[in-house]
Design a protein around this ligand. Structure first.
Ligand code: GRF
Length: 216
């Protein structure tokens, strides 16, 4: 049985595309994307999924009275498709504690900063404003604390004079496309888990910032 991913998104889906490419090229072996779910009907990520022959669903959060009801519909849909791992790829909704607990240990996110720096929005502007000399992206387990779960893997890029939010976003995204499928591969291989609130890879607790991605 292939390892099943359900990917949640709200926008362009370049990370989804990286997963599609990794599955097709077998860089992510024995893995399939069982569905892509968006809270926005016009998310380009849905078109990417359809073009790749992947099932899609849209659950519009505006049609629900509260977050609990939305999350409950989302959970039902995810479980209908079947997910070994739920992958947040630019999913712009804050999830309820009940939803997070239900998927604890099999729910991951990617965030465009070197967590614990800059949880939340506007990460590139905040790195520039702080005069940082490097930034990057972090794949992490999702816990009830926003962008606060244990990191799995981080990729860094230098910040150059003249960089702006657009140039940083572009260079960080290209790293995301490498580290996110890699983290999923570790899951599919049974090497990665959440134990006692720590990310564990190959039976070893990962450091606070997760694995530092070092390209060959
Ligand atoms: C990325 O910057 C990711 O770090 C953040 O949302 C963005 C998603 O981009 N969580 P895309 O839709 O995958 O292109």
């Amino acid at each position: 049985m292939p390892y099943k991913l359900v990917i949640l998104l709200s926008g362009g889906g370049s990370n989804l595309q990286a997963f599609i490419d990794a599955c097709e090229s077998k860089a992510l072996p024995d893995t399939e994307i069982s569905a892509v779910i968006s809270n926005k009907a016009d998310a380009f990520g849905l078109i990417r999924a359809q073009q790749a022959g992947i099932a899609t669903a849209c659950i519009d959060h505006k049609e629900f009275a509260n977050r609990e009801d939305f999350d409950s519909a989302l959970k039902n849909k995810i479980d209908e498709f079947g997910a070994d791992l739920v992958v947040l790829a630019g999913f712009m909704r804050i999830l309820t504690p009940g939803f997070v607990r239900h998927y604890l240990g099999r729910l991951i996110n990617i965030h465009p900063s070197l967590l614990p720096k800059y949880p939340g929005l506007h990460t590139h502007q905040r790195a520039l404003d702080a005069g940082d000399t490097e930034t990057g992206a972090t794949v992490h387990f999702v816990t009830e604390e926003l962008d606060g779960g244990p990191p799995i893997i981080q990729a860094k890029i230098p910040i150059f004079d003249g960089d702006n939010t657009a140039t940083l976003a572009e260079r960080v995204l290209s790293k995301e496309h490498t580290i996110y499928p890699l983290a999923a591969q570790w899951f599919a291989e049974g090497r990665l888990s959440l134990q006692n609130s720590k990310a564990v890879l190959d039976d070893k607790n990962l450091p606070e910032s997760g694995v530092l991605f070092q390209p060959n």
